[in-house]
Design a protein around this ligand. Structure first.
Ligand code: ZN
Length: 307
């Protein structure tokens, strides 16, 4: 399976910064060791162009990001200090989702070991997100006439507020978010379907709600392509997530989303989104599990292309 990585475009952070940057290189190493992306499948994405970014973001925002002209409030909201390398990394991370979408359209499944930056709005970044890779990639696929309809399946514990806001009023892209009701962001946006869960929601509560949600999503979205945000932060050991979902249930989540797409012949690009476990290895385990499940389905359907 094709897997895109951009962790070597390092975003310089001050010591003690709470963002777990190291998870990306750890994950890439484990993907490489696993053989999931053997035979040259582990790929460096190109950077998304201004033209691609502008399908999802305002020109003023892009200019302020690119030129380092964000004001202090805007920088604080993003949560990363501005640097040239931050801009390059953000472009590459979105490029990974574009690459994964293209590969998925050919092979059914592909993954980006970054992305899922769903708190980025048209005119501002937020919560460690600069550019909204889902919106950029979905519209890139539409602009190239590869697809008409896209569904964004966001299972990160935080609501996909930026994605919902950017894509509101766009009937060609269906946005679904299942998240912790009391988790950041505290002012939620309106997705096409939101499923908020109470604090402490356990495996059964999470999976039941997901199953019911997915049924509605697949019916309503009628999509030619799915972008799946496989956030690791609904995990019970997550520092930021307020849910209580086990690793086994998150693996079941992956099977439900990815298997559901496969049954309906919808290609899927998997992206990572958040994950802030007290022990980073748990976050990496959960992300690796998502990639493995996609890879198994990818290998199963070799020779029987979908779509
Ligand atoms: Zn999150």
């Amino acid at each position: 399976m094709k897997v895109f990585y951009s962790d070597h475009f390092v975003l310089p952070l001050p010591e003690g910064h709470r963002f777990p940057m190291v998870k990306y290189s750890m994950l890439r190493e484990r993907v490489a060791d696993s053989g999931i992306a053997a035979n040259g499948g582990l790929l460096v994405p190109r950077a998304v162009t201004d033209g691609e970014i502008l399908r999802a973001h305002g020109a003023g925002f892009l200019r302020r990001v690119a030129n380092g002209e964000l004001d202090r409030k805007e920088v604080r909201r993003i949560g990363f200090p501005w640097s040239e390398r931050m801009v390059e990394r953000s472009r590459r991370a979105s490029g990974g989702t574009v690459g994964a979408c293209l590969a998925a359209l050919e092979e059914g499944f592909a993954a980006n070991l970054a992305g899922g930056t769903h708190h980025a709005f048209a005119d501002r970044g937020e919560g460690f997100c600069v550019f909204n890779d889902s919106a950029i990639a979905a519209r890139a696929m539409q602009a190239r006439r590869h697809v008409e309809r896209v569904v964004v399946i966001d299972t990160d514990v935080h609501q996909g507020n930026g994605t919902a806001a950017i894509l509101r009023g766009d009937p060609s892209i269906f946005t679904f978010s299942i998240h912790g009701e009391k988790n950041f962001p505290f002012n939620k946006e309106e997705s096409d379907l939101d499923v908020p869960l109470p604090d402490g929601a356990d495996d059964a509560a999470f999976l039941d709600a997901l199953e019911a949600g997915l049924e509605r999503v697949f019916d309503a979205a009628d999509a030619d392509l799915a972008i799946y945000l496989a956030g690791a932060d609904p995990f019970e050991g997550d520092r930021l997530g307020r849910l209580s979902v086990s690793k086994a249930a998150l693996a079941e989540r992956d099977r439900m989303v990815l298997g559901g797409c496969r049954e309906r012949g919808i290609p899927v690009a998997v992206t990572m989104a958040g994950g802030y476990a007290r022990e980073i290895s748990h976050t990496v385990d959960i992300h690796l599990q998502s990639i493995k499940t996609a890879s198994e389905l990818h290998d199963k359907q070799k020779g029987s292309p979908i779509g």
